[in-house]
Design a protein around this ligand. Structure first.
Ligand code: AMP
Length: 285
């Protein structure tokens, strides 16, 4: 049985469970405080704090885990990065008070105090730049430290920037770009690696499907060449005869979800009818 460490609460936990469920690895938990859950097949989930996951996986208590790339880097343990799960996107940034006059990392003076929940990455960032700062480790709410006089600047996570702004802080440099990642232990044997490859493919097929839609439409036969330009599809669109369809044929294609409205409008302009768009559960090109 392969143990996968997943966040038990916090920002990443819901989306991780949703992704595993969509990949057919249903997280079956009994009660909110469950410590483990069967994922079906070869996998078992263990629920731990997102911060602890890099340690658990590095020590081999779990063969793989899902957590933020920021936390993996802060832990500084050797792990194999298997895949970027593309959610939980955020940046670890240096931020200073608006009125401080600091507008870039160069404005940070030697001796300044930097509050952060990421003391290791903070120290590393400034050391590499040859700046001597004093890191003040905090376990949360670093953004209030400058107002309390505990620190001059902060190194904190942000996604929209609104929390920093609300606290009168200005982003002046990026330390790290983060998102949720699937990581594996360096101690895994060949069988574990094979099973993890299957897990990776299952999760990857769901991620690939999320950005795509399956589109079906009836197309006037003479408009087919132009429709092909609008609908490249994975291997060019599928064209199917319609019983008693007259001058129309049916066209099916996988299209990017982002531009679906533009695609629909282009098809309508070419005389297409009966346009149907559905979500795709999994995509394995
Ligand atoms: P938690 O503190 O348990 O809610 O989880 C925090 C993790 O969620 C972080 O380590 C990041 O990997 C991720 N995350 C994504 N967006 C943000 C954000 N805007 N602020 C803080 N953490 C974020």
């Amino acid at each position: 049985m392969l143990k996968i460490a997943l966040p038990n609460k916090g920002r990443l936990s819901e989306e991780v469970r949703e992704l595993f469920n969509d990949a057919g690895l249903e997280v079956r938990i009994r009660g909110e405080r469950a410590l483990t859950a069967s994922l079906g097949g070869e996998f078992e989930a263990i629920f731990v704090r997102a911060q602890d996951i890099p340690e658990f996986v590095a020590d081999g208590a779990a063969q793989a885990g899902v957590t933020g790339w920021d936390l993996v880097n802060e832990a500084g343990r050797e792990l194999d990065l298997l895949m970027d799960l593309e959610f939980g996107k955020c940046r670890l940034v240096v931020a200073a008070r608006e009125e401080s006059g600091i507008t870039s990392a160069d404005g940070v003076k030697d001796g300044m105090r930097v509050a952060s929940c990421f003391p290791r990455l903070t120290q590393e960032f400034f050391s590499k730049r040859g700046q001597k700062v004093t890191v003040v480790p905090v376990s949360g709410a670093a953004e209030i430290a400058p107002h309390l006089g505990i620190a001059d600047i902060v190194v904190d996570l942000t996604s929209t920037g609104s929390t920093l702004k609300m606290n009168g802080l200005r982003e002046v440099a990026t330390v790290l770009e983060s998102s949720a990642r699937l990581v594996a232990s360096k101690r895994n044997d060949a069988e574990a690696a094979r099973n993890l490859e299957e897990l990776k493919q299952a999760l990857g097929s769901v991620l690939a499907a999320r950005g795509k839609r399956y589109l079906m439409t009836n197309v006037p036969r003479k408009a087919l060449p132009k429709v092909r330009d609008v609908l490249p599809g994975l291997n060019g669109p599928t064209v199917v005869d319609i019983m008693n369809g007259g001058d129309y044929v049916a066209v099916h294609a996988v299209v990017p979800a982002k531009t679906i409205y533009r695609t629909i409008n282009a098809l309508k302009a070419l005389g297409c009818e009966g346009i149907l768009v559905t979500r795709i559960e999994r995509l394995m090109p």
